[in-house]
Design a protein around this ligand. Structure first.
Ligand code: GTP
Ligand code: MN
Ligand code: MN
Ligand code: MN
Ligand code: MN
Length: 192
């Protein structure tokens, strides 16, 4: 399922890769016992969909320090509302395919529905809103009766890097959708 060119690498091993930049991105979500659970992504300046986050400098700072700085720049929320920690870390993938060699680290952070909504409201006042980030979006987690509307249609968007695979991974690990529903959405999107 992983994009060609992306290989899974451990957090520890990724640090000794030479000539790679490191980037950290986070999926923010709130638990609701339904397919309306808000999953957050963003429309980027380049018209592609991705997660909030960005490049981090691992020489001077931890991955999480860098990620929290990027989240503050792109979402404009203070640390009391949103602070990603090592326990939210999920995976790392290295690629040589981009203009530069990158290790992409991925985090999943669960928030209360009220806090997630506060973040959405604050995001329009963020430093990078309208520059790097064109807006925060919620991922439709359901499939409409026509078999294409909802998640299948969403998956036909253009995603940055391996963000689409990160999204599908998050759907799987959080078990909000059945494996069958995920598979159907992926293949309906490919046919659509
Ligand atoms: P600048 O401050 O303008 O450099 O942007 P940034 O630091 O916010 O970086 P950005 O978020 O664009 O991401 C840095 C790198 O990670 C780029 O190589 C992107 O291609 C890649 N990238 C961006 N978003 C995602 C994402 O959601 N998932 C993955 N896997 N990679 C991403
Ligand atoms: Mn940024
Ligand atoms: Mn970014
Ligand atoms: Mn940056
Ligand atoms: Mn920037």
């Amino acid at each position: 399922m992983m994009e060609p060119g992306y290989r899974s690498v451990s957090r520890r091993d990724s640090r000794s890769l030479v000539g790679y930049k490191h980037a950290c991105h986070a999926m923010l979500h709130a638990p609701l016992p339904s397919s309306l659970s808000p999953f957050q992504m963003q429309m980027r300046f380049d018209g592609k969909i991705g997660f909030p986050g960005g490049f981090v400098d691992i020489r001077d700072h931890s991955l999480e320090d860098g990620l929290n700085r990027e989240l503050a720049e792109e979402l404009g929320c203070d640390q009391k509302l949103l602070c990603v920690t090592e326990s939210d870390y999920r995976s790392s993938h290295a690629t040589d395919a981009m203009p530069q060699k990158v290790v992409a680290h991925f985090y999943i952070k669960q928030l209360s529905l009220a806090d997630l909504h506060r973040i959405e409201v604050a995001a329009v006042h963020a430093k990078d809103h309208g520059r790097e980030v064109m807006g925060t979006i919620r991922v439709p987690l359901y499939t409409l009766r026509d078999g294409f509307g909802g998640l299948p249609a969403f998956l036909t968007n253009t995603f940055i890097g391996n963000a689409k695979e990160q999204l599908i991974y998050a759907l799987r690990t959080l078990k909000l959708l059945s494996e069958e529903a995920i598979q159907t959405a992926i293949s309906a999107g490919q046919e659509g």
